[in-house]
Design a binder for this molecule. Sequence first.
Ligand SMILES: [Zn+2]
Length: 80
Amino acid sequence: MLSCKEIVSGASDYKDKNLSWRGALGYRMHLLMCHHCRKFFRQFVSAIGVASTVATTFASDSQVEEVVGAVVETVAASET
Ligand SMILES: [Zn+2]
């Protein structure tokens, strides 16, 4: 059976299906048996999902102008 350390180091390959069928089977068996690694892998996949969403989400020019305008108004109001 794979060690917990091997599960951590192989998480990306398992998620991306880059393991051999034997490697993937060993990985899956460990996840079935080890609560800690199941939890780690769930969080790993979740973190990648969040990171990819953040990396591809950009504010439009109008959204940037709206936020900058609100900041300028807030600063101006606090100075009076
Ligand atoms: Zn484990």
